[in-house]
Design a protein around this ligand. Structure first.
Ligand code: GRF
Length: 209
């Protein structure tokens, strides 16, 4: 049985997609061992409780530094024998303390076609605003390995969506999020099957059209 830890800071709809995939046996031999949030009111924690999954809230204000905060998360996760850590709308940047403790075992989902529209400050609606401002004809979402750089890790899989002429930030965000819910499950499968290692060669990325 492969054991996941899911980190989330918000609504947790991507987390819910993983929960549902396990329930409907789209994801087999996988369980979510723990859900961690840095936000006490994250609905992701409520989703944990509704699905009898251990949930932990860690308040960054209780720690002297991001490194100390990450040290605590690592300590908690190390007791759970985790095979893969999934950042599903987790809005804290991981420090080297965390990344070095779980090298090549952390994946993230991002609401754009990386390496475009990623990096510092590119999260949530800001991503879709930038895509629209750039008059892009397509956008999409990406699942990638987490490395020290923000949204720079090797891509595991991506899904494209069209940008429509009268799209608003909200209509584009909703279209991308729909695809995220499928892509996050594909990304977990690929990462757990080690079919995609953290490769440096972008031509080896798995991009579904
Ligand atoms: C998603 O758009 C994800 O790509 C980004 O944060 C959002 C999280 O949404 N990292 P949810 O909390 O999973 O609903």
């Amino acid at each position: 049985m492969k054991r996941l830890a899911v980190l989330a800071s918000g609504s947790g709809s991507n987390l819910q997609a993983i929960i549902d995939a396990i329930k409907n046996k789209d994801l087999t031999d996988v369980e979510i061992a723990i859900i961690v949030s840095n936000k006490k009111d994250a609905y992701a924690l409520e989703r944990a409780r509704l699905n009898n999954i251990e949930d932990v809230f860690l308040n960054p204000k209780d720690f002297n530094s991001n490194e100390d905060f990450d040290k605590k998360i690592v300590e908690v996760l190390k007791t759970k024998e985790i095979d893969l850590i999934v950042l599903a709308g987790y809005l804290k940047i991981l420090t080297d303390v965390f990344i070095n403790a779980f090298e090549n075992k952390i994946i993230n989902i991002h609401p754009a076609l990386l390496p475009h529209f990623g990096g510092k400050g590119m999260y949530g609606k800001k991503v879709h605003e930038a895509v629209l401002k750039n008059n892009e004809k397509e956008s999409g979402c990406s699942v990638h390995y987490v490395t020290l750089g923000i949204d720079e890790g090797p891509i595991i899989c991506q899904k494209k969506v069209p940008v429509l002429p009268n799209d608003t930030v909200d209509t584009l965000a909703a279209r991308v999020l729909d695809e995220e819910h499928k892509l996050i499950v594909e990304g977990v499968k690929l990462a757990l099957s080690c079919k995609v290692i953290a490769c440096k060669d972008p031509t080896k990325y798995n991009i579904s059209s």
